[in-house]
Design a protein around this ligand. Structure first.
Ligand code: 13P
Length: 251
């Protein structure tokens, strides 16, 4: 049985005081929720403050990106040991915004995934096609390259520490959610890919989240799909009430 994971990707939003207020409200709203992994991913500047608010609660902390070297002359970067030190359990890697605006490739994504795993930080590996790729019938090809490129070289136990987030780029921040059937088709495709490259056992255990305009109104229907194991939420995670409602739909 897979535990669903509901993660809030705050992107480039929230000052420290705003982040503390949002997390404190959320912590009270989801207190006692069991059977779901709840994760928030504030910007780097707010990680320390949010870490103190979630300490001892049922909310886990994630960063939105990481660099693959532990230390050294890499101005502006943040390493895996630094994120562990601050209390992160997860890190989002390969989000489409990083692929689009910051030249992230399957190769750099894979280096980050490997670095995270080497220090027991769990990667949330984001994969997903652009609108023109879907329209050209290339969804599976793109998703396959993101998945196989991102997890390249991982042994089974390492893969099982990863979460895969399917986020069709055309559904991110657009209000256009994939239909439950569209999401299910790609999630099943990813699970079959894992079956073929690893095993049915590994595929049946790995958590595959959906992301892209998830809101309280559409979360329940998406999460009843057999291969959808939770959500990676952007805009709706910036409001404690709406994020908490999405968490409740995963129970
Ligand atoms: P939205 O929920 O705002 O569409 O963002 C999804 C996302 O990119 C989460 O990582």
């Amino acid at each position: 049985m897979r535990t669903p994971i509901i993660a809030g990707n705050w992107k480039l939003n929230k000052t420290i005081s705003e982040a503390v207020a949002l997390t404190t409200e959320l912590r009270d709203l989801v207190a006692g929720s069991k059977g779901v992994e709840i994760v928030v991913a504030p910007p780097f500047t707010a990680l320390d403050a949010v870490s103190k608010v979630v300490n001892g609660s049922n909310i886990r902390l994630a960063a939105q990106d990481v660099y693959w070297e532990d230390s050294g002359a890499f101005t502006g970067e943040v390493s895996v040991p630094m994120l562990k030190d601050i209390g992160c359990d997860y890190v989002i890697i390969g989000h489409s915004e990083r692929r689009q605006y910051f030249a992230e490739t399957n190769q750099t994504v894979n280096q980050k995934v490997q670095a995270a795993l080497s220090h027991n930080l769990k990667p949330i590996l984001c994969v997903g096609e652009l609108l023109e790729e879907r329209e050209a019938g290339h969804t599976e090809k793109v998703v396959e390259s993101h998945v196989t490129g991102g997890i390249k070289g991982l042994i089974e136990t390492e893969l099982l520490s990863c979460v895969i987030a399917y986020e069709p780029v055309w559904a991110i921040g657009t209000g256009k959610t994939a239909t439950p059937d569209q999401a299910q088709d790609v999630h099943k495709y990813i699970r079959d890919l894992i079956t073929n490259t690893y095993s049915k056992d590994v595929a049946s255990q790995i958590c595959i989240q959906y992301g892209g305009s998830v809101k309280p109104e559409n979360a329940a229907e998406l999460m009843t799909q057999p291969d959808v194991d939770g959500a990676l939420v952007g805009g709706a995670s910036l409001n404690a009430e709406s994020f908490a409602q999405i968490v409740k739909h995963a129970l």
